[in-house]
Write a protein that binds this ligand. Structure first.
Ligand SMILES: NC(=O)c1ccc[n+]([C@@H]2O[C@H](COP(=O)([O-])OP(=O)(O)OC[C@H]3O[C@@H](n4cnc5c(N)ncnc54)[C@H](O)[C@@H]3O)[C@@H](O)[C@H]2O)c1
Ligand SMILES: [Zn+2]
Ligand SMILES: [Zn+2]
Length: 345
């Protein structure tokens, strides 16, 4: 089969690889019909993710058709149409029993990280019964690819942890696919104000179309001033960090109102200062989370019911044999105006 293989920092290629085989009785083999590229794949290519070694097939998102199942798989059978979670869950360990699938002692985020992933014709999915989700007949596959990772990430790490409530004021720092996923799902709770912050005007335009009540291009270094002015010097009830650099987490600390929440989503590679000298008396909370994908079933229903249109995040389409071009397009988003790219056989 064809597969996109990571060859070490800065290097990747499309190779012929043997088809995956069932290794454990709980495995399934899925024929990929649609996959995509995540910002985290770009982190891997920069060499930021030490657990992902050269030779690995990348990709942790996708939908497909079950080709084969192990002897212990009871929920799915060959021919079933499924959505693949970016997190594999054994459903039995201490963390899975607490619905913290991301910390599953036998699984977690392993696909396209410590085991071969979905940017290929076929993938082996561990713990198939509890890591795959059935796609309803007639559902739009593309819309559902957004449910493998980015929609649950924006929703769980940003919206749920950020305790968004009706009438609240919310700021989302970072208007990439994850920040936009938080923007779409925050609207389940009717916040009064949603301020989106980014350096890219195109992404801020998209945010406006997706429901932002205000947008700020922070390139001039005046985001703090603008947000405080917009909120009558009060700040925001929830500040969602969706970039993953010190400057944006520091901005969140400056704009959070008394009683508010800073909900971090970004993957941070550098240390960030915590300003307790300013925050100690402000009754705030700071949350961090690796996406658990426990909300996939609920999000599936909202997409099915047209409560959110996750397809709006898709900007480009490629064939699997054009995947290097897809990486190029996704990796230069400010030039190509790309958000999520769909890759199909
Ligand atoms: N916690 C989790 O489980 C989890 C899961 C998936 C992704 N992530 C992380 O979420 C973050 C966002 O992911 P994404 O795919 O949307 O990434 P992305 O790189 O596509 O988007 C980041 C956005 O931030 C903007 N930005 C950069 N510097 C900025 C600054 N100084 N001020 C304001 N905006 C700035 C960029 O223009 C871009 O639009 C990444 O760090 C990613 O690794 C976390
Ligand atoms: Zn991802
Ligand atoms: Zn587990």
């Amino acid at each position: 089969m064809k597969a996109l293989v990571y060859l070490g920092p800065g290097k990747k290629t499309l190779l012929d690889r043997p088809n995956p085989e069932i290794k454990e009785p709980t495995d399934a083999i899925v024929r990929i019909t649609k996959t995509t590229i995540c910002g985290t794949d770009l982190h891997i290519l920069k060499g930021d993710v030490a657990s992902c070694q050269p030779g690995r097939v990348l990709g942790h998102e996708g939908v497909g058709i079950v080709e084969q199942v192990g002897t212990a798989v009871t929920v799915f059978k060959p021919g079933d149409h499924v959505l693949i979670s970016c997190v594999s869950a054994c459903a039995k360990c201490e963390y899975c029993r607490r619905q913290m699938y991301s910390h599953c002692t036998a699984g977690g985020w392993i696909l396209g990280n410590t085991i071969d992933g979905t940017q290929a014709e076929f993938v082996r999915t561990p713990f198939a019964d509890t890591s795959l989700y059935r796609i309803p007949d007639g559902a739009d596959e593309e819309a559902l690819v957004m449910l493998s990772d980015i929609l649950p990430t924006g929703f769980e790490c940003g919206v749920l942890n950020g305790k968004i409530a009706p009438g609240n004021t919310l700021a989302i720092v970072g208007s990439g696919p994850i920040g936009l996923a938080a923007l779409l799902t925050a609207q389940f709770y009717s916040p009064a104000e949603i301020i989106m912050i980014d350096l890219d005007d195109n992404r801020l335009d998209v945010a406006k179309r997706f429901g932002a009540t205000a947008t700020i291009n922070s390139a001039d270094g005046k985001a703090l001033e603008s947000i405080m002015k917009m909120t009558n010097q009060r700040g925001v009830d929830t500040a969602i960090e969706a970039v993953g650099i010190p400057a944006t987490f520091e901005l969140c600390q400056q704009i959070v109102a008394p009683g508010g929440v800073i909900a971090n989503i970004g993957v941070h590679g550098k240390k960030v200062d915590l300003h307790l000298e300013q925050l100690w008396d402000r009754n705030i909370s700071i949350t961090t989370r690796l996406v658990d994908t426990v909300t996939i079933p609920m999000l599936l229903k909202t997409v099915e019911a047209n409560k959110i249109d996750s397809k709006r995040l898709i900007t480009h389409h490629f064939k699997l044999n054009e995947i290097l071009q897809a990486y190029e397009t996704f990796g230069s988003a400010s030039k190509t105006r790309s958000l999520k790219v769909i890759i199909e056989p």
